[in-house]
Design a protein around this ligand. Structure first.
Ligand SMILES: Nc1ncnc2c1ncn2[C@@H]1O[C@H](COP(=O)(O)OP(=O)(O)OP(=O)(O)O)[C@@H](O)[C@H]1O
Ligand SMILES: [Mg+2]
Length: 229
């Protein structure tokens, strides 16, 4: 069964007096447990597509169905609930909360769920262990390197063991050892808990792990291939 279905999706952004078409009639579906990624040149629409799948942005035309729910028919509150419960994001820009510590930034993803403080602590420490940051729990984002910030964002996206993780360039600031370690952790969550991962990436290291590679160019899918390496 498909966990995500995208039908005739078009996204136009207003630019000056006209508009720019960032997504140009995309049809795609993803089954539960896929480990897939969007690749393609800068500006081809990868982030735009992830944002629409994650209900952070709305399409100009077409529809997105995520976990049997048609996103455009959800109220703001229902869309927020879908995200909180089922979707983990890793943003290209991290989006960490500057006044909170590493621990609190990761814990944030769990606050809207009905979990006790001690269970939260256990889950947060486990997620920080996945990304190798247990020694930075008390640091604030401005005390972290780019790669460390990225790893906090990764921990935050996975701490609730969501149904779907949308990962925008998750390894852009990581060295090769950290990249492989994190990709292996993601793959373990994928295999053991059947978490669906969708990446946007330029990184060859990430591509090697993907089971499916979808290439975008100018807002269109130009290839969609199984990846067996
Ligand atoms: N809010 C916006 N207003 C106008 N144009 C936008 C907006 N957001 C994105 N675009 C344009 O849409 C196109 C696709 O952008 P997007 O961020 O999805 O690309 P991308 O494939 O993620 O690129 P990169 O690899 O650089 O991250 C780009 O040409 C971008 O300039
Ligand atoms: Mg992008």
């Amino acid at each position: 069964m498909d966990i995500i279905k995208i039908n005739d999706l078009v996204k136009r952004f207003p630019v000056g007096k006209g508009h720019f078409t960032a997504i140009n009639k995309i049809n795609l579906s993803f089954g539960k447990g896929e480990f897939a990624g969007f690749v393609g040149p800068s500006g081809s629409g990868k982030t735009t597509l992830l944002n629409i799948i994650g209900s952070l942005d709305t399409p100009s035309e077409g529809s997105t169905i995520v976990m049997d729910k048609s996103i455009s028919e959800l109220s703001h509150k229902q869309a927020a609930r879908l995200r909180n419960m089922y979707i983990g994001f890793i943003f290209q820009t991290y989006n960490l909360l500057p006044v909170y510590t590493v621990f609190e930034n990761v814990e944030f993803a769990l606050l809207l769920q009905n979990i006790s403080a001690s269970e939260r602590k256990k889950a947060v420490m486990e997620a920080l262990e996945w990304v190798g940051l247990t020694d930075k729990v008390k640091s604030k984002p401005n005390m972290l390197s780019g790669g460390e910030s990225q790893r906090v964002a990764i921990a935050r996206s996975m701490v609730k063991k969501p149904e779907i993780v949308l990962a925008d360039e998750p390894t852009a600031n990581l060295d090769s050892k950290n990249s492989h370690h994190i990709l292996q952790t993601m793959k373990t969550l994928n295999k053991e808990l059947n978490v669906t991962f969708i990446f946007a990436t330029h990184d060859e290291k990430v591509m090697k792990y993907l089971n499916r590679i979808i290439t975008l160019e100018d807002g269109k899918v130009v290839s969609d291939k199984e990846n067996k390496s």
